[in-house]
Ligand binder design. Structure first.
Ligand code: GZL
Length: 359
């Protein structure tokens, strides 16, 4: 038999349950309302970029290319670190990016070795790494998702094939004595461009009478050229510089010594071979002080953002991605060069071509 007090207790419990349910549903509703109101803009994707430094016009152009690709308007936040030409700074920057949990890391590695452990850390933190420009030499290529850059050995082969074709076209039979001003030793650009010269020199009987690293820097290019001229003087009749900044420095040193950079080697002028095809390099090519300038394309910002956008959308990407590159000279008799039987066009430079050049 249920007593009166029991009825009262039951009614009170029913009312409190109904009240509790009402409050619960209304809170849930508010929560949903809050959810609907709280729709956020797509999150900005953060990219940590470890750049080598600012050693050359080429490097400044590659930095500008990344900055114009990755910015708020494209939905990205670029955190760039200037390695000041030191691998230890780049390694520190990589670890900082991993610790701060960026979404992607882009690395332009100053030299090819010494990256395994840091790339492994990024891989274990599930942060995809894209290598740009130069390459890394690692045990396991899976520690980075893709590479975008240049075929440096081909650049060197195109430059040396041009020199061989030019000397043949003027029926030059005398000694070829080469001053070889290298880029940062151990960098992919230096490795490829040096291997090409050493192989062609051996095949053609050219003499590399001097060889020294000038770190892709103009001032060092001048210092190294001065040292080589002090030792070998005007027996040097070809200067092979591994970038335009070094070539500009070498040309200063040649002219201060009263020697003439130009294309008439048979009249005692000095052939200057260079790489990058920057604006200043092409101006020197137009003036004839650089005989041939083989392009190294610094504009890897656009292909890098395309690749990261693909990754964002879960699309597959190529592991190795090569930049398109040209070769420039004002010598009209050579319209193409062949490397391993494959033809490569030589662009005859004119001033108009410089008008729209962004670097
Ligand atoms: C090549 C690049 C080189 C350039 C130099 O891709 O790494 O470094 O040729 C630059 O100008 O300093």
């Amino acid at each position: 038999m249920i007593q009166r007090n029991d009825y009262r207790t039951i009614i009170k419990r029913v009312i409190s349950s109904v009240l509790a349910l009402t409050v619960a549903f209304s809170l849930a509703g508010c929560g949903e309302e809050k959810e609907e109101v709280k729709k956020e803009a797509p999150a900005t994707v953060t990219v940590g970029f470890s750049q080598i430094g600012a050693e050359s016009d080429w490097r400044l152009a590659s930095t500008a290319s990344m900055q114009s690709a990755f910015n708020e308007s494209t939905g990205y936040k670029l955190m760039m670190d200037d390695g000041q030409q030191k691998q230890e700074n780049q390694l520190k920057a990589m670890r900082k990016f991993v610790d701060s949990g960026v979404d992607y890391i882009v690395l332009d590695p100053i030299t090819e070795t010494g990256w395994d452990a840091t790339l492994q850390e990024a891989s274990e933190a599930n942060i995809p790494v894209i290598i740009v420009d130069r390459r890394v030499d690692v045990e396991n290529d899976d520690v980075y998702v893709a590479w975008i850059g240049s075929d440096f050995r081909l650049e060197g082969d195109r430059a040396c094939a041009w020199l061989e074709a030019y000397l043949a076209s003027i029926e030059y039979e005398d000694e070829v004595n080469i001053a070889h001003i290298q880029g940062t030793v151990g960098s992919s650009a230096q490795i490829g461009r040096t291997e090409a010269l050493e192989e062609k020199a051996d095949a053609c009987g050219w003499n590399i009478i001097a060889q020294e690293d000038a770190d892709f820097v103009q001032a060092k290019g001048k210092e190294v050229m001065e040292r080589m001229l002090a030792e070998f003087g005007d027996t040097i009749n070809v200067v092979y510089c591994e970038n335009d900044s070094e070539a500009l420095g070498a040309i200063e040193a040649l002219k201060e010594r009263g020697m003439r950079p130009g294309k008439h080697i048979q009249n005692g002028e000095v052939l200057v071979v260079s790489f990058d095809a920057t604006r200043d390099g092409l101006l020197k090519t137009l003036s004839g002080e650089i005989t041939v300038d083989t392009e190294c394309n610094p504009n890897y910002g656009a292909p890098t953002i395309r690749l990261i956008n693909s990754l964002q959308n879960g699309l597959p990407v190529e592991h190795d991605n090569y930049m398109e590159e040209s070769q420039f000279s004002t010598v009209l008799t050579i319209t193409e060069v062949r490397v391993d039987g494959k033809p490569y066009k030589v662009t005859h430079l004119n001033r108009d071509m410089l008008a729209n050049r962004n670097y």
